[in-house]
Ligand binder design. Structure first.
Ligand SMILES: [Zn+2]
Length: 506
C-alpha cells in the first residue's frame, strides 16, 4: 500500500516502466487519486504474470481512470480493477469508448476460454497441474519482489488455484464498460476533485489521445502531460499528434528510442513488392497485425496501391472478427480523420475498403484457408506479435512453406514469437512443437503506429520551456538507454522510472 502520511502530489509507475506493455500510472493529490491507463501486460510469460500481481492501491479509493486509447495494453485491466471495487468513471474520447468495448469483451472471452481449458487440464492431470500452479505461484511471488530468489524460496507450498481463474469475466467487462464516459478532444473537463483532463490527438489509432492533466491541491498547481502512444506525422487516416508547448511534468513513450523508421514511401513500396512477389510465387502473404489501427492502415495502403495500379488484385482475407468491428467504428468517426482521408470520402471513394476483401468470421474457415485457400492470397490476422489470436495457427500451418512471406508491419516486443522470427530464428516452438522456419520473413517499420526517435524528439522540441522532469516510459530497456541522452541533449531533465516506483511532483 502506498503511504498517505503527507500531502505531496505524486506519481507511481505501475506499468510500461522499462517495458512496452501494462501502461498504468497513479496520480495522487491530497484530494484525489486518478489512474492514467490501466493496461494489461502482454509479451513474455514473465510479463503476463504481472497481471496477477495485487494492485498497489485500493481500487475503491480511485476517483477516476483516464484512458489514452483502446489498445489492450492500455485498457486491459479496467474490468479487473472494476471487479475489485473501483466504481468511478472511466474517461476516454467517444471513439476510444467504442473501440474499448470490442477489446474488453474479446479479452474477457479469451480469459474465460483459457481458464476453462486450464480447469479441464487440472481435472485430468491434478498432479501436473499442482506442479505448474506451484511454479506459477513462485514466479508470481518473484514478479512482485525485488529479491526474486528469496521470493521463490518463500513461495507458498500449496497450489494457488486462483491462478486458474479468469482475471475477469464478460460480466465484469460489461460492468466496466458501463463506467465509460466519452469526452470530446480539446475540451478541458473536471474528472476528479481538483483534477482536470484535456484530450489531444495522439495520431496513434482512432480516438487515441495525449492527455494534459491539471491537478490542484494544497501544494499548488501542476500540469502533467501523458503522451500516451504517440503516432507519426502523416500517418494514414487519422490526424497527426498535437504539438504540446508546456507542462510541469511529462511522461513520454519511447517504444522506438534509438531507431529510425524507413520513410513512408519506402514502406509503401516494400508492401507493394511483397504483394507482387507473392503473386509471382502463387504464395501467401501473411501479415500479423493488431486488429485496431494497423489493420485499417494496411487495408488503406493496399487499396491505395491497387487504385494506383501498382499491385495486382490479390485476394485479401481479413482474419480477425475484432478488426472487422474496429473498421465499422473507424467508418463512424470520419470527424477524427485527416484532410486527405476526408477528401477521398468526399470523392465517394472508400479508403477503408479493399475491393472484394473477405472477412473471415468463422474459426474453422480460418483454419481451412491455409491448406485449401486458392493461391495467391493475403491474410491479415491478429495479433501483431504472434502471442495469441488466429495469427498463431496461420504461422504454425505456413511457417515451413517457402512460398509464404511472413511480413511484420509493427513492433515486436522482447520475448515474443514475433521478435524471435524477426531476428531470423531458424526453428521456433509453437504449441509445444518445434517447427523449422522455411518461409520468407520480412519487416517494414515505416507503417509503425509509433513515432520513431527523430519524430519523438521533434515532438519534444515543441515544448517552449522544458518540463521540470520528463519521465521516459513505454520502452524496452535498450530503446530507453539509447533515447535518454538525446532527450537530455534537448535540455530536458529525465528519469527512467522503475516498475512500482513513486516520484513526488514537487
Ligand atoms: Zn497503442
Amino acid at each position: 500500500m502506498l503511504a498517505r502520511h503527507h500531502a505531496q502530489m505524486r506519481l507511481t509507475f505501475l506499468g510500461a516502466a522499462q517495458t512496452v506493455t501494462g501502461s498504468q500510472y497513479l496520480l495522487e493529490t491530497d484530494r484525489a487519486r486518478v489512474l492514467v491507463d490501466c493496461g494489461m501486460f502482454q509479451g513474455s510469460p514473465h510479463d503476463v504474470l504481472r497481471n496477477r500481481v495485487r494492485f498497489a492501491y485500493e481500487p475503491k479509493a480511485i476517483d477516476a481512470v483516464l484512458l489514452t486509447h483502446a489498445h489492450l495494453d492500455h485498457c486491459g485491466l479496467i474490468p479487473h480493477v472494476s471487479a475489485l471495487g473501483f466504481g468511478g468513471p472511466v474517461y476516454a474520447t467517444r471513439g476510444t469508448v467504442e473501440l474499448t468495448r470490442l477489446v474488453l469483451l474479446d479479452s474477457a472471452k479469451l480469459q474465460e476460454e483459457f481458464a476453462a481449458k486450464h480447469q479441464r487440464f487440472a481435472r485430468k492431470h491434478p498432479d501436473r497441474a499442482a506442479v505448474e500452479d506451484r511454479a506459477a505461484a513462485a514466479e508470481l511471488a518473484a514478479a512482485t519482489d525485488e529479491d526474486a530468489e528469496r521470493a521463490t524460496r518463500d513461495a507458498p507450498p500449496e497450489a494457488l488455484t486462483y491462478l486458474r481463474e479468469p482475471l475477469y469475466t464478460t460480466a465484469n467487462a460489461t460492468t466496466a464498460l458501463d463506467q465509460c464516459t466519452g469526452l470530446e478532444y480539446g475540451v478541458e473537463t473536471e474528472i476528479a476533485p481538483g483534477v482536470t483532463a484535456t484530450y489531444l490527438d495522439a495520431g496513434h489509432i482512432l480516438g487515441s489521445a495525449i492527455i494534459r492533466v491539471r491537478a490542484r491541491d494544497n501544494g499548488g498547481d501542476r500540469t502533467i502531460v501523458f503522451s500516451g502512444d504517440l503516432g507519426r506525422p502523416n500517418t494514414p487516416i487519422i490526424r497527426d499528434p498535437t504539438p504540446v508547448r508546456d507542462g510541469d511534468y511529462l511522461l513520454v513513450e519511447s517504444t522506438y528510442g534509438g531507431r529510425t523508421h524507413e520513410p513512408q514511401e519506402d514502406a509503401i513500396r516494400m508492401l507493394g513488392e511483397c504483394v507482387s512477389a507473392v503473386q509471382g510465387a502463387t504464395g501467401v502473404l501473411l501479415m500479423p497485425s493488431f486488429a485496431i489501427g494497423r489493420t485499417q492502415e494496411v487495408v488503406y495502403e493496399l487499396d491505395r496501391l491497387l487504385s494506383a495500379g501498382t499491385i495486382p488484385h490479390v485476394p485479401l482475407y481479413l482474419d480477425s472478427p475484432m478488426a472487422g468491428g474496429a473498421t465499422e467504428i473507424y467508418r463512424k468517426y470520419a470527424e477524427y480523420f485527416d484532410d486527405e482521408t476526408r477528401a477521398l470520402l468526399a470523392k465517394a471513394e472508400a479508403p477503408l475498403d479493399y475491393p472484394g476483401a473477405v472477412m473471415v468470421t468463422d474459426a474453422q474457415a480460418s483454419q481451412d484457408l491455409d491448406a485449401s485457400g486458392p493461391r495467391p492470397f493475403i491474410v491479415v490476422a491478429s495479433n501483431g506479435m504472434i502471442t495469441g489470436g488466429r495469427i498463431v495457427q496461420h504461422t504454425k500451418a505456413l511457417i515451413g512453406d517457402p512460398a509464404m512471406t511472413l511480413l511484420f508491419v509493427g513492433y515486436q516486443g522482447e520475448g515474443t514469437l514475433g521478435a524471435q522470427l524477426q531476428q531470423g530464428a531458424k526453428q521456433v516452438r509453437i504449441d509445444g512443437q518445434d517447427l523449422d522456419v522455411a518461409c520468407q520473413v520480412r519487416s517494414i517499420s515505416g507503417f509503425s503506429a509509433h513515432a520513431d526517435e527523430p519524430e519523438l524528439l521533434a515532438w519534444l522540441r515543441n515544448f517552449s520551456i522544458a518540463p521540470k522532469l520528463t519521465f521516459i516510459v513505454h520502452g524496452d530497456p535498450a530503446a530507453q538507454i539509447a533515447f535518454e541522452p538525446k532527450v537530455k541533449a534537448l535540455g530536458f531533465a529525465t528519469k527512467v522510472p522503475r516498475w512500482r516506483e513513486t516520484v513526488e511532483l514537487a
